[in-house]
Design a protein around this ligand. Sequence first.
Ligand SMILES: C[S@@+](CC[C@H](N)C(=O)[O-])C[C@H]1O[C@@H](n2cnc3c(N)ncnc32)[C@H](O)[C@@H]1O
Length: 271
Amino acid sequence: MRAMIDDAANAELWEGNAAAWTALVRQGYDVCRDFLNTPAFLAMLPPVEGLEGLDIGCGEGNNTRLVAARGARLQAVDISPTFIRAAREAEEGAPLGISYLAGSALNLPFAAARFDFVMSTMCFMDVCDTEGALVEAARVLRPGGFLQFSILHPGFVTPRWKWVYEAGQRVGVICGDYFREADGETVAEWSFGNAPAEVRAAHPPFRTPLYFRTLSRWLNGIVAAGLAVEHCVEPHPDEQQAADCPYIADNLIVPNFMILRCRKAGSGARE
Ligand SMILES: C[S@@+](CC[C@H](N)C(=O)[O-])C[C@H]1O[C@@H](n2cnc3c(N)ncnc32)[C@H](O)[C@@H]1O
């Protein structure tokens, strides 16, 4: 399918987002990442000590660093050179042996079967060619290796979406137009909702093209890439976590995110 915003146009948009994104996440405003998604991602990650891994769409490298700190030898790519510079600066300040490269998920600069595992946090739903990203991730995995990735939840984050209230309280959402897939025709303008207005006003809004895909398209793409789903988590806080960080409490009503771990067929031996 032809995307109206292709990989090059998407790269330009993300490059335009990178400085503000880095500043805001490093001030702690990506609470969905820090209090919900990353803890869930790390909780379901198999042991990686001594393994060689790749992080696709690493951004400024927060999650790359957390996984490297578990003893993995990590390389990481992002389509935005500004994100890569920010990640390298962090590596220089506190080395974890991570090597960062600018590159696209659709054309990874690595040989086949190079990695024991591939990770990607909140990137694949931003890539215009969903199936291509999955095939590329599977290509660089050794047989028996795993791909673990998080995305916006395809079943609950749909093109038509609004809260349902009862007695002034959010109780659910209307998700509509589920089958109206999008190829970047709409570029969303947004910022981290929990950042104070004056902080948001100090930066341009993020501009991100929307690529809506159905759940079946994701699952069929995984199968076509030669991978098998072995674990799925829909991150949601417990009551205590919701009380500690009310911004993520909505994920107790419907999950906004989904994490999948998939395994490439074959033995653990390197090719
Ligand atoms: C929502 S941010 C997530 C960043 C980071 N993984 C995290 O969880 O904090 C999405 C990232 O995907 C990157 N990205 C978007 N399209 C990409 C592509 N085709 N190839 C590689 N990276 C891409 C963006 O530059 C951005 O850093």
